[in-house]
Design a protein around this ligand. Structure first.
Ligand SMILES: Cc1cc2nc3c(=O)[nH]c(=O)nc-3n(C[C@H](O)[C@H](O)[C@H](O)COP(=O)(O)OP(=O)(O)OC[C@H]3O[C@@H](n4cnc5c(N)ncnc54)[C@H](O)[C@@H]3O)c2cc1C
Length: 507
């Protein structure tokens, strides 16, 4: 039986960062990953002459060496920035919405964004400027919260980040209306909503503004060799710091002591690891539902009360013509039926009605990502119910093809590009693929949905109480920073450092 100060279950974004933080804090750490490679969703795969990015559209808040964002600062501290060959994404997004006849392409950079918005929506400047000022205050408040491990001083918060506290319980649309933002400007600004998978009448303003700011402020980045390059760099760092990693190893059980605290982890082959600390990079539904014999009632209730966020579906195309030849003009597209996000959310419940897509052509950021004269595209949508669970096994392939066909048709119709006839490789990931790959219930790719009672602010505030099993913390898309690359990295950072604190307290 081996003994470790801490075991990290899962080498996804959150798990990898947590492992590095534990090692940097002096903890003897084991990282176990059920796959034969690290990264979870942060990976790539090959089909023919194409290496596809599996998930990352763009990494926000990275910035450049002389204008570093929070993610770059974190990566610097972890010691991985220089291990990765970065490229910058050329523009923020192009949003096309049919009902509103909207077609807008937005740049990165706060002042460029405000200027472009003013061109599309004359008179929008004051409200959009106020939005970014508020969003920056939110970013600073979050940085303060992380720096004190979530133990924020309420008086200090009110004094320094009063607007952050004031906005705490309002939705995106409530705050944008209070800022008197014209409707068309709201529609353009709300384009990123599908990245968080909750509609703007329900989605916490703090969460959304924080994400938009993190994209627009310093632009977005991407590793040249796809997100797999980041996962490899983080893995290498774990090893450099003396951490042990077991791939092809599933953690099947977290055992507890008499008081209900963590006592060990059982691996798939029956090996028992003794530890008093676990950072789980998997869903609490899986941990409390399957991996623990005696989960506290309060944890089970809290977990069951949470709502799963979108179940993912992606189509990857390798095309035998260049982006220019095909008429694919942009890097990042959002295609919606309507910018009434609540109505759009409803349509996204069913396979039949959902036609939303977030589509990327990586060649527009990195022309050499595929062989000369070709390009690669990936199309992603989310399902806001478990409609894929209703598909019988014999209907599975037909349904995948039906959705893929709709995605291509929609892209061609909305943008004028011509893709059919040029498809050399096609690969599809349905919710079943995601459920199998990362073990997330129903094929959820965005953790738990951000809701009023369970958004960014309540989760950060509840971080202390959200810790009912001694020695068990979570990192990744289901944790306190919610889902997304940077959020998963930050949660790994927080959980890793908190666990180091727990270990030191124990002495
Ligand atoms: C198609 C798609 C597009 C996306 N686009 C973006 C984007 O553009 N920007 C963005 O910010 N986010 C995006 N996301 C979301 C982002 O990928 C996730 O939020 C993030 O990667 C989640 O990281 P995580 O730390 O939760 O780990 P996960 O990726 O969920 O990985 C968890 C890991 O734990 C392992 N594991 C689970 N259970 C066990 C066990 N019992 N034992 C051992 N190992 C276990 C799994 O094998 C996996 O490796 C996208 C996701 C998808 C799928």
């Amino acid at each position: 039986m081996k003994k470790y100060d801490a075991v990290v279950i899962g080498a996804g974004n959150g798990g990898l960062v947590a492992a590095i933080r534990l090692l940097q804090g002096g903890a003897k750490t084991l990282l176990v990953e059920k796959h034969n490679l690290p990264g979870g969703f942060a990976t790539s795969f090959r089909r023919g002459r194409f290496e596809f990015e599996a998930s990352l559209h763009e990494l926000n808040d990275f910035g450049t060496a002389d204008n570093a964002g929070d993610v770059r600062d974190l990566f610097d501290e972890l010691g991985v920035t220089e291990k990765i060959d970065w490229l910058e994404i050329p523009e923020a997004y192009r949003v096309i919405a049919r009902a509103e006849k909207l077609d807008a392409t937005m740049p990165f950079g706060v002042s460029a964004f405000i200027d472009k918005m003013e061109k599309y929506v004359p008179g929008s400047r004051p409200s959009v400027t106020k939005f970014f000022a508020l969003a920056e205050e939110i970013r600073l408040a979050q940085a303060y919260s992380s720096s004190v491990n979530g133990k924020t001083d309420p008086k200090y918060m009110v004094e320094h980040y009063g607007n952050f506290v004031r906005c705490g319980s309002y939705s995106v649309n409530e705050v944008l209306s209070a800022l008197k933002m014209p409707k068309k400007a709201k529609d353009i600004l709300n384009a990123y909503w599908c990245y968080l998978g909750a509609h703007c009448d329900d989605l916490s303003f703090l969460h959304y503004a924080s994400m938009v700011n993190r994209y627009i402020l310093r632009g977005a980045s991407m590793p040249k060799m796809r997100s797999h390059e980041i996962s490899l760099a983080l893995t290498e760092r774990v090893r450099e710091l003396g951490g042990d990693i077991l791939f092809n190893t599933e953690a099947v059980k977290i055992s507890t002591d008499r008081e209900g605290g963590v006592a060990g982890v059982t691996l798939g082959d029956g090996t028992e690891i003794i530890t008093r600390h676990v950072v789980a990079n998997c869903a609490p539904h899986v941990v409390f539902g399957r991996m623990m014999d005696k989960a506290p009632e309060a944890e089970i209730r809290a977990t069951n009360a949470r709502k799963f966020a979108g179940r993912g579906f992606s189509m990857f195309l390798g095309l035998d013509a260049s982006a220019e030849e095909l008429g694919v003009e942009n890097h990042n597209y959002f295609l919606y039926d309507t910018m009434d996000t609540a109505a759009q959310y409803e349509k996204m419940r069913t396979i039949k009605e959902n036609e939303v897509q977030a589509t990327v052509c990586l060649n527009r950021a990195y022309p050499e990502c595929s062989p000369k004269g070709t390009c690669m595209m990936y199309f992603t949508t989310l399902y806001m119910s478990d409609d894929w669970g209703n598909i019988k096994p014999e209907e599975y392939y037909k349904t995948k093809n039906y959705v893929a066909d709709k995605m291509i048709a929609r892209f061609e119709r909305d943008t004028g590009a011509k893709l059919r006839g040029h498809i050399e490789e096609i690969s599809i990931a349905a919710p079943m693929t995601y459920a199998r790959y990362c073990g997330h219930p129903e094929g959820v790719i965005y953790g738990y949905e951000s809701q009023y009672w369970d958004g960014l602010m309540p989760r950060l505030q509840m971080m202390g109480e959200d810790h009912k099993v001694r020695g068990l913390r979570f990192a990744g898309g289901y944790a306190m920073r919610l889902s997304g690359y940077s959020s998963a990295y930050f949660s790994g950072d927080i959980s890793g450092r908190q666990t180091v604190g727990d270990i030191k307290k124990e002495g």
